[in-house]
Ligand binder design. Structure first.
Ligand code: GLN
Length: 535
């Protein structure tokens, strides 16, 4: 069959969980043996989210091919268990950049370059590129933002054109709305959804399916009202209730027959879904035996979305061990004082120091790592977390004076972390780090090798700094083991302290490759150790 297209928009409010709906629909189609790709359209003008503050935009998710993308791509990968790439995240910035570059090259042959058709054509060409690259049975395209946003209009117009060109039965749109519950009158309200669909219609798009986020069950008569006013079939009004775990959403949507409705609208033969292992997963999520208190010590702790893949990876490892992972957000700035740091961590069973940029909170992170090392608390350092582990070891075990990373101190006497050689002449900010998947060789007999059960791994990176090779011998003589290295042996990718129960850190970001049904070995090692110690 040719590729069928599903556009997903959102209305009424932001943060409706469109990303989870898109990922869940992908899962339901995958569970039927269809191939699925998911694309995210983000209306902002940044070329990619790589330059945005995690406080504003949450985590930057990195793909194998080194794209810095929206965190929704993480959900897509985790739900449909696929590896996505540059083409899966399209921003207004990247679209305008291409169009302007073409204009400068004279490719428009003197035409006046306009939103329609030039910008909309470029948007459509991205859909065709994804089609060509993945040749999926279904391409799900989520449009960021809320219907009515000025920024989103070129995307909405491109979809209108695309749907008309694709023809009936080849492309549909799903509109996600909020059906709020009014406590005082005890009623669910459908009017905001009706208004939102009206706005979408005014742009020329009639949605075929409504997914209604709600805290309460939507009675049949309210569904019928929504169907009538929004011109969708009755069975295409899908209730999407708040769930305890995002991994329940596919099952809840399956119960509402979302996939069956979609297949019908897209004139595709019905197939039965095999959701057995996913149901087992959800069972495990609800029936845990242990609780592990895990501290994440970072500086973006006010917005948990900033570390969403880390949080998910920890949970995945927990699911595998019948353990509920209880996250404690520790603002590393609060750990600057070692006594306070000890107090904050006293009931913690595992510690993660995640990635980050800039000097703020570093001294606190060093205290957190010292605490983990001295008290044999299972520890996992990620990227900046590994760099901090090296600084901590050089300061407190090697006892070198004035140790730091060149990122935080230009003049320090002992820069154990230094800018990577290839970064020395880089001046541009966006998309210039060491990004994406690289090979790493594991040391024979190391903790890391045992955890992975293999000698060669491929992991995703996003950094400019690395361990300074001038200090490796000293560090290793003092007991720090570099158990993962780039194939040429020059880049330190994993460190460990084999004498402790679990003290491992990586220069790469293992969190991006964890899956709910296949936890990442390094997260699994951390949680396994914490559970064993608990027992
Ligand atoms: N700031 C550090 C670097 O650029 C670490 C980056 C990160 O944690 N992703 O190398």
């Amino acid at each position: 069959m040719g590729t069928k297209y599903i556009f997903i928009t959102g209305g009424v409010v932001s943060s409706l969980g469109k990303g989870i709906v898109s990922a869940s629909l992908g899962k339901l189609l995958r569970a039927r043996g269809f191939s699925v790709a998911v694309q995210k359209f983000d209306p902002y003008i940044n070329v990619d989210p790589g330059t945005m503050s995690p406080f504003q935009h949450g985590e930057v998710f990195v793909t194998d091919d080194g794209a810095e993308t929206d965190l929704d791509l993480g959900h897509y990968e985790r739900f449909i268990d696929a590896n996505l790439s540059h083409i899966n995240n399209v921003t207004s910035g990247s679209v305008y950049q291409t169009v302007i570059e073409k204009e400068r090259k004279g490719e428009y042959l003197g035409a006046t370059v306009q939103t329609i058709p030039h910008i909309t054509n470029e948007i459509k060409s991205r859909i065709y590129k994804a089609t060509e690259q993945f040749k999926p049975d279904f391409l799900i395209i989520e449009i960021g933002g809320t219907i009515g946003d000025i920024e989103g209009l070129p995307f909405i117009e491109a979809i209108r054109q695309f749907k008309a060109e694709a023809g009936v039965g080849n492309a549909i749109s799903i509109h996600c709305t909020l059906v709020p519950y009014l406590e005082t009158s005890g009623e669910l309200k459908t009017k905001p959804s009706q208004h939102s669909v009206n706005v979408l219609r005014s742009y020329g798009i009639q949605p075929e399916v409504l997914v209604c986020r709600t805290s309460h069950p939507i009675p049949l008569d309210e569904k019928e009202k929504l169907a009538l006013f929004c011109s969708v079939q009755k069975d295409a009004v899908i209730e999407c209730r708040d769930m305890k775990s995002i991994y329940e959403v596919p099952l809840a949507l399956e119960e509402q027959n979302l996939a069956a409705v979609v297949l019908n609208l897209l004139q595709t033969h019905y197939r039965h879904a095999d959701l057995k292992s996913w149901k087992d997963l959800v069972d495990r999520i609800h029936n845990t035996k242990y609780t592990i208190d895990v501290a994440i010590a970072g500086k973006y702790t006010k917005l948990s979305d900033a570390y969403i893949s880390v949080v998910e990876a920890l949970k995945h490892a927990g699911y595998d061990d019948n353990a509920k992972v209880n996250i404690h957000w520790i603002n590393s700035e609060d750990c600057k004082d070692y006594e306070k740091c000890k107090e904050l961590l006293k009931d913690i069973q595992a510690i993660v120091v995640p990635g980050g940029f800039g000097v703020r909170g570093i001294e606190g992170k060093l205290n957190v790592i010292k605490y983990a090392r001295e008290n044999n608390i299972p520890f996992l350092g990620l990227c900046l977390g590994m760099q901090c582990a090296v600084i901590e070891y050089a300061r407190n075990v090697l006892k070198l004076p004035d140790v730091n990373s060149h990122e935080f101190s230009e003049e320090c006497e002992n820069p154990v972390i230094d800018l990577m050689l290839e970064q020395k002449n880089v001046t541009a900010y966006g998309g210039t780090m060491r990004l994406g998947q690289y090979e790493c060789k594991l040391k024979d007999g190391s903790v890391a090798q045992k955890a992975y059960g293999t000698d060669v791994i491929y992991e995703r990176h996003r950094h400019r700094y690395e361990v300074n090779n001038a200090y490796i011998e000293q560090l290793e003589n003092a007991g720090l083991v570099f158990s993962g290295k780039s194939p040429d042996g020059k880049l330190m990718e994993i460190l460990e302290l084999p004498n402790l129960d679990w003290f491992v850190a990586s220069q790469f970001h293992p969190e991006f490759k964890s899956r709910p049904e296949r936890p990442h070995p390094l997260f699994k090692g951390l949680i396994d150790t914490a559970v064993k110690k608990l027992k």
